[in-house]
Design a protein around this ligand. Structure first.
Ligand code: SF4
Ligand code: SF4
Ligand code: SF4
Length: 200
């Protein structure tokens, strides 16, 4: 295998690893992490300095703590990298980042929406009391003891309603899978913020 072919295989491996993710921002983070895991020769300034900055800002977007300026900075770094990088790996990584930024997925995350629901900081599972029959299936399915509530029993007249304790919830989604009554809903960070505004 020639040196050129070996580099191509490596980028295919990076792409395969990124393909394991659904979210374009998380895929981008895989590209950046893999790029940083490899040898860095330091010949090009935008790469050797900028890619670390791009990693910090992309991670912020995944965590739901980013702002518009983070996207602008990643875009600027990627644009410079695409022009100035002397290796295929640098150019391919920059091209991938620019494509994902142009798809608006980065901007959607800033507004509180991860379309694949893979970024767990951007989602929340809640129980809709009107739909809940208090069957307890979600309680049995939750491995993290994140659900509180009392199963309905014929001889009881008062019940503790079912609720998800958010700080214990790992966002695995099992409760939503087992609920036959559509009482578990997944909402985005954007919906959470809107609900808080209406309730304020
Ligand atoms: S883009 Fe490639 S050639 Fe340039 S500093 Fe990074 S690793 Fe080296
Ligand atoms: S599985 Fe659904 S209906 Fe049953 S207790 Fe849980 S939320 Fe309520
Ligand atoms: S999403 Fe998972 S951890 Fe969270 S309440 Fe449902 S089952 Fe429990």
């Amino acid at each position: 295998m020639t040196e050129k072919e070996s580099k191509q295989v490596k980028m295919e491996d990076v792409q395969a690893k990124a393909d394991e993710k659904k979210c374009p921002v998380q895929k981008s983070l895989v590209f950046i992490e893999e790029f940083l895991a490899g040898p860095m020769c330091g010949r090009c300034f935008p790469c050797s300095m900028g890619i670390y900055e791009a990693r910090i800002r992309t991670a912020r977007i995944v965590e739901g703590t980013a702002a518009d300026e983070d996207i602008e900075t990643i875009k600027k770094i990627s644009s410079h990298m695409q022009v100035a990088s002397m290796c295929k790996k640098g150019k391919d990584t920059a091209k991938y980042l620019l494509e994902q930024i142009d798809s608006n997925e980065f901007a959607d995350h800033i507004s509180g929406v991860c379309s694949s629901n893979e970024c767990i900081e951007q989602i929340k599972y809640i129980i809709i009391p009107e739909n809940c029959t208090m069957c307890g299936d979600c309680l049995d399915a939750c491995r993290d003891n994140a659900i509180i509530g009392e199963k309905k029993k014929a001889y009881l007249s008062g019940y503790m309603p079912f609720e998800i304790v958010q700080k214990r919830c790992t966002k695995c989604g099992e409760c939503m899978k087992v609920c036959k009554h559509g009482a578990v809903r997944l909402i985005s960070a954007k919906e959470m913020a809107e609900a808080e505004t209406v309730g304020a």
